[in-house]
Design a protein. Structure first.
Length: 192
């Protein structure tokens, strides 16, 4: 069993994020899903990003760091889109983290210092997602995966939607999500 700290996307802690967490829990893992937005849920990415901007991204990151504080040292961080920011911050700055699963976003590791030696990661996203593929995240993930700094697996899925793994949204892609879950569970088996 692995402890997983799973951060929600810009729409908030939706039922679809909880359903994804349940799928990982069914694989024998303890999944922790902090609510960085204090119960607020949004209908559009732009609304959620605006809320994060109102809070301040530093506040979102600090809430992510605080969510990790009471958890076992040997955990895996994960995040969807906006949730990649705190997931990556915790992975890069907290000793003992075993891996990172970064979905639909990627930040160059220099944003949070350096990537820890030997810390494995997976990056997932759709190959034509307007946020992931067209705003530079995919290119940054490719560069990082090819750098040899760490064991990084980059997986792209055919499609042009964002938040494809949230079963409560119109953008949900069941086939891509099934493959995503399979790959994440295999990763957890290796690093846990």
């Amino acid at each position: 069993m692995t402890d997983i700290l799973l951060f929600h996307h810009a729409l908030g802690l939706t039922d679809g994020v909880r359903a994804f967490a349940d799928r990982l829990s069914a694989g024998g893992h303890a999944v922790h899903t902090p609510d960085l937005f204090d119960g607020r849920v949004f209908g559009a990415v732009e609304e959620g990003v605006a809320h994060a901007q109102e809070l301040g991204f530093a506040t979102v990151l600090e809430r992510g760091r605080e969510a990790a504080a009471g958890l076992p040292e040997a955990l895996v961080t994960a995040g969807f889109s906006l949730g990649v920011l705190p997931a990556q911050l915790v992975a890069q700055t907290r000793p003992g983290v075993r891996g990172a699963v970064l979905m639909e976003s990627f930040v160059p590791p220099t944003e949070f210092g350096t990537w820890p030696d030997g810390l494995p990661a997976q990056v997932h996203g759709m190959d034509a997602d307007p946020f992931f593929a067209e705003e530079g995240d995919l290119d940054a993930a490719r560069d990082f995966a090819g750098s040899g700094v760490a064991e990084v697996e980059l997986f792209t899925y055919p499609g042009d939607v964002h938040l494809f793994a949230d079963s409560g949204l119109a953008t949900y892609d069941e086939d891509a999500t099934d493959l995503l879950v399979e790959r994440v569970l295999a990763f957890l088996a290796r690093v846990g």
